[in-house]
Design a protein around this ligand. Structure first.
Ligand code: ADP
Length: 266
């Protein structure tokens, strides 16, 4: 059995008056893939960003995050790489993609400029950008949406992190490209023995790609456990409804599942 990578205990997050997350506890082992699922506004991003240490200023946090394998608190870029839904938010439009990847590698791996450029070309190759040496000097606007997401992945990997957090890394892309990005992400995480926390609206994807699943409902982690258990014999009515109805998790809360709300499940 692999070592415990992350223990979250009674995590709670508020943005002013809004309680975004309450009493969430979970554990992930090194090399495991955790999928967080739940409808929009249920607290998935808040949970992921709390783990990455990327909550906005003004958010108040209670509870504890332990990273026993690291033996210290998580360092952004070095220990954790983050991949966001919209790659344009993580790419600098006026800097070549090679420089952007190399900069992160230099900062977090303590290597020089030339080694960092070589590493950048390797990473571009790993994320399946053709002719990586030539493309080092290209700018983000010269790539398609799917390629930009893969370049953002190369940047997230450049510090050689042990944890990758992906916040709906593929939902802005078309279905074929989405599958490609997710397959690649999965392959790279496995090859590198990284721990993965990913957010998805796609329950089929979670069942295919996750070792553990956490279901969030109105700021509470209502279900957490091995993927096969959560999906095979869900304990919570919300998870059962999710599986049975194949509802789109994008649908606003007010238009969905009134019977669940009435039941007062949380
Ligand atoms: P999800 O990722 O599941 O869509 P979020 O974690 O983004 O959910 O949001 C959880 C709750 O916190 C929602 O009610 C949302 O409106 C609120 N929220 C998220 N980010 C902020 C913020 N920066 N300021 C205020 N409220 C926020």
């Amino acid at each position: 059995m692999s070592a415990l990578y992350l223990r979250v205990t009674d995590l709670g997050v508020r943005y002013g008056e809004t309680v975004a997350l309450q009493e969430a506890s979970l554990e992930i082992n090194q090399g495991e893939r955790l999928a967080l699922i739940g409808e929009s506004g249920s607290g998935k991003s808040t949970m992921a960003m709390a783990v990455a240490g990327l909550l906005p200023r003004g958010a108040s946090v209670i509870g504890t995050l332990d990273f026993p394998v690291l033996g210290h608190s998580l360092r952004l870029g070095r220990d954790v790489g983050v991949l966001f839904q919209d790659p344009d938010g993580s790419l600098d439009p006026v800097m070549s993609v090679g420089d952007q990847i190399a900069e992160v590698a230099m900062m977090h791996q303590g290597i020089g400029w030339i080694a960092a450029r070589v590493h950048a070309a390797e990473l571009l190759g790993h994320v399946q950008i053709a002719r990586p040496l030539t493309r080092l000097n290209s700018y983000p606007h010269e790539f398609s949406g799917g390629q930009k997401q893969r370049i953002a992945l190369a940047i997230a990997l450049a510090g050689n992190p042990s944890l990758l957090i992906a916040d709906e890394p593929s939902s802005a892309l078309d279905t074929v490209v989405q599958r490609h990005v997710v397959n690649l992400l999965d392959e790279l995480v496995r090859e590198r023995g990284m721990t993965l926390m990913f957010i998805t609206h796609d329950i089929a994807l979670a069942s295919e790609r996750a070792d553990k699943i956490g279901v969030l409902y109105q700021g509470r982690l209502v279900e957490f456990g091995p993927a096969a258990e959560v999906l095979g014999s869900p304990r919570h009515a919300y998870t059962r409804a999710l599986i049975n109805t194949h509802i789109s998790l994008d649908t606003p809360h007010s238009k969905r599942l009134p019977e669940i709300d009435k039941a007062g499940l949380v």
